[in-house]
Design a binder for this molecule. Structure first.
Ligand SMILES: *Cc1c(COP(=O)(O)O)cnc(C)c1O
Length: 382
């Protein structure tokens, strides 16, 4: 299928990704196929799917769509964590060393501190922004860029080059950027891992994960892992995800536009500190992000100083929902310290949705005014 090829723009590629060739009387995106076993030829297994854990046409179409955007072969999983833990467990052996980001997704750190340590895998933590140690004796480097929730960025091509020389594999968690933000395989990474729960599908209604790679042996190994452990997405979720991906470029562009407005507004406020957004020219991640990313994420982080002020801000806002995910159509915010991220009590990860920028800026400004001076929003006495 040529639809994913670079000759088309991102909007076109998203709309066409993974669709079958047009056929009269057939839908654009065929509906979900619900099947555990499929009818077999009485003589034995043939070409078609035989059992749903190994194969499903709806899932295969979704994998073709994601793979076309990432530029590699793709396997989907029931969640991002199923994909990440599948990658780590299928590659790492006792005595191996893995490099993980200190500032990346918290559940991966917890998995490393429990299961990986129990298995005798050595875990070393490196901040996303670096500096990176020599990669000798490292089996796998997992990068997360931009990192969730701190939004630091690292130079994928530089790490991949040094890691390859030392014989280490490089995986990049592409959740925050999505394949329209950056394509790590083209930058030299061996494998992409991501949660499709966030911006990729963007409607806050399903969990999804995926791995993508150009290395056929690695893909086969990961497929064997998935066949044997079974964390596959169901047909309906796979179909919903594929349907949602058609609007990825539209959603991301509006989210980035909103994030640009929000970051610029936050940067002018004396009551807000630590504003981070890689698209801000003053952000430390800006130069590397501009060099390797084609789109900035819709996620902005900042600090309101205390948990109480974050609560006041969330209560006062009409457009910002309190929720612990990001990348969706609706603007949401999450105080990350409540989940154990190593950030300050007032640290907020704000995920810009696709609302009108002016509405969002007005709502956020008013809610921040209330949080800065809780009495200000109260009706006057008498
Ligand atoms: C959410 C997230 C994950 C985990 O994905 P799930 O779909 O929730 O399992 C992994 N990495 C990053 C960067 C995430 O934001």
């Amino acid at each position: 299928m040529a639809y994913g090829e670079a000759a088309y723009g991102d909007g076109t590629r998203c709309v066409r990704a993974g669709l079958p060739e047009p056929a009269p009387g057939e839908p654009f995106l065929p509906g979900p196929v619900f099947a555990a076993p499929y009818h077999l030829d009485p003589e034995g297994p043939g070409e078609g799917p035989g059992y749903g854990r190994r194969d499903n046409p709806t899932r295969r179409r979704l994998e073709e769509a994601i793979g076309s955007l990432e530029g590699g072969g793709c396997l989907t999983f029931a969640s991002g964590q199923a994909a990440i833990t599948g990658l780590l467990l299928s590659l790492l052996r006792p005595g191996d060393m893995v490099l993980l980001p200190t500032d990346g997704y918290f559940e991966v750190r917890r998995f490393a501190d429990t299961t990986l340590r129990w298995l005798g895998v050595a875990v070393r933590r490196v901040p996303t922004a670096g500096p990176y140690p020599p990669f000798d004796s490292v089996r796998l480097v997992l990068l997360e860029t931009p990192a969730n929730p701190g939004l630091d960025v690292c130079d994928i091509a530089a790490v991949a080059r040094d890691a390859r020389r030392a014989g280490a594999l490089v995986a990049v968690d592409n959740t925050t950027a999505t394949p329209l933000g950056q394509t790590p395989l083209a930058l030299g990474a061996d494998v992409v891992v991501a949660s499709g729960t966030k911006a990729l599908t963007g409607h806050s209604d399903l969990l999804l994960g995926y791995l993508a790679t150009n290395d056929d042996d690695l893909l086969a190994r990961l497929r064997t892992w998935r066949d044997q452990t079974g964390a596959v997405p169901g047909a309906f979720d796979a179909w919903l995800a594929h349907r949602s991906m058609a609007t990825l470029q539209l959603r991301l562009d509006r989210q980035a536009e909103n994030a640009a407005g929000v970051a610029a507004m936050l940067a002018t406020r004396a009551d807000v500190t630590g504003v981070r957004w890689p698209g801000l020219p003053s952000d430390p991640a800006h130069p590397v992000a501009m060099a390797q990313m084609r789109r900035m994420p819709g996620v902005v982080s900042f600090d309101l100083g205390s948990a109480a002020r974050v609560t006041t801000f969330l209560r006062a806002s009409r457009l910002v929902g309190a929720a612990t995910s990001f990348g969706g159509l609706h603007t949401t915010a999450d105080r990350r310290a409540q989940w154990g991220d190593e950030v300050s009590e007032g640290f907020v990860r704000l995920s810009c949705g696709v609302e009108d920028t002016d509405d969002l800026l007005a709502d956020l400004s008013a809610a921040l005014d209330v949080a800065a001076d809780p009495g200000a929003g109260a009706p006057p006495d008498g």
